[in-house]
Design a protein around this ligand. Sequence first.
Ligand code: HEM
Length: 654
Amino acid sequence: MNQATSQRVLRTAGLVLAGGLLSLVIALLVSGATEPLPLADPGPIVRWSQPIAKLILNLSMATTVGTLVLSAFAGNEAERARLRPLAAGSAALWLGAAALYFVLTYLSASGSEISYGPLFSEGLWLFATQIELGSLLAWNLAFAFVLSLTTLAFSDHRIIAVNAAIALAGLYPLAESGHASSDAGHALAVNSLLMHLVGISVWVGGLVALFAMLAGSGERNQVLVSRYSTLALLASVMVGVSGLTSGFIRLYSFADLLSPYGQVLIAKVALLVLLGFFGARYRVSLIANWSKSQASFWKLVGLELFIMGAAIGAGTALAATPLPENPKEFVPPTPAEILTGDPLPPELTELAWVTVWDVDILWLFVCGLGIFLYLFGVARLLRRGDSWPVGRTLSWVMGMLVLLYVTNGATNAYQEYLFSVHMVGHMILSMLVPVLLVPGAPVTLLSRVQTARKDGSWGLREWVLWAVHTPYAWFISHPLFAGLNFALSLVLFYYTPLFRWATEEHLGHQWMLVHFLITGYLFVQSLIGVDPQPHRPGYPVKLMLLIGTMAFHAFFGLGLMNEKSLLLADWFGSMGRTWGDDPLTDQALGGAFAWGVGEIPTIVITMIVVWQWSRSDDRERRRLDRASDRSGNKDLSDYNEMLAKLNSSKERGR
Ligand code: HEM
């Protein structure tokens, strides 16, 4: 890194750190979060250095994620090489800050003093392995450790994307810790904070990388700035939506807005609105008139980085600030609250399938984005004068709406309490949603809407087309693998500890949703997919696979219906439900749903396969007819000639 660049990096770091420290100190003083603790007070040094370490952790994490994402999606080879020292440097800083924050949190949680004896390291080890908060911080540290090595060791474009994925995954443990770790509304708290941290990291980290390493006046900078600006727009919406959601679930009344926690929250909303003005100014005028306004653009970016630092400082203080008092704090929890953290939903009636919702902001955002980007793509195609089958659009939008319902509607509200509803959700997710999404042909739409990049950088189009042509994609999209994976996943999931993990742990539940969605998508794509794929099995093979799957679903469902014991007795059997079927009857009902609900999409796929088969036969016949017409029915005359020859040789034989 040459001297000018390192000075620029220091200046950028100075801007965000100054904003961060200033607002952190003010917010901590306002909220009283660093006041001495009534019991086991760790002392002022730990009380102040812990949030400061967390601030540096948040800033270095954001810079690592943002730099890697910008590198993977916006930069060409030369720009990726220029960004590499920043990615490696911030990953190393992340590692240091995560280690310091881990030790300070241990001191604060245990009230013990720093010492160099075996007792202290044993305590640290216990904290990392036996205490949930400790193990989450240890995981964050582990991700930072891996990244600090891989960002240094590898420069290949694809490894940069893998590093970006590792860095994003490294945010998860922090989303599970802190205020989000409390049981009540745990799923929503974790998903909204994760969405918040991902949005902040791409938005702030991307701008840090752009300002520190790629600032300049040329046309190329305009390209980079507008690519970043698209990422920033999406990220800022994520930050706003998830921040308001996180804030909303932590306040129990309007009056709580006046609590120290509420006051810092209001300050953050104000900072976000201010940052919104910056973004609008860039997009509306500065980027468009780049040659004239690039100098004022970079000046404004400097100020924006300071304010972003301030917002991160306020966020860090918020995480350290005690929550407003929960009016139900001392109400004894029900069995359902002890198990799930949330009260039992109202009795499941027909109407409840429509009226009872348990919103998951992350999946709501994913489905909304899936619909918005698809319609945006179709609109761009039509504006260009190209056509796109309306059936595909309707099918895709329906698929996303059904996914939205499964992850936010009654299936999400009741799946923790009723095995039958869990199974309905599972079957819709792994069968019905893919049957609607696959005909939408998203890969074809993307490759037609986005023009190929010619500057050596990879955008979404390049990454998707690369991914679907990898040997891994070849293997998992093979109909045989897709069919086996689809069928065996069901048995492996319910008859191994995976089911308990997915029922009791938030991460397990999210994994289940993603796994079964992808498994169903691969299976349906291999049978009726419109998008390009490496395998084209014959229709008879497809029908055999479908019959096999149908039979398998029937056996699986029947097996569950005849189960004499509960799969998770200490969960579904201990909910304290006073309405609906008893847990074993409910489990049998779940088996019936696995059979019934699972078969409906399978029948739909079978009908589509038979229809595609008949259409391909028609197409073949028409092709042969056209060829015959072109050759003046030469094939027909050849055939008749052959028959005549056969006849004459028979005649001769007699
Ligand atoms: C509508 C505006 C926003 C709201 C309502 C909001 C709300 C929140 C809430 C409720 C939390 C969780 C704190 C806790 O653990 O209790 C949080 C965390 C955080 N916010 Fe925001 N936020 C907003 C905007 C921003 C912006 C613009 C940034 C930075 C650019 C930001 C940075 C952070 C950070 C870094 C954390 C994590 C703190 C930590 O766990 O150490 N927030 N925010």
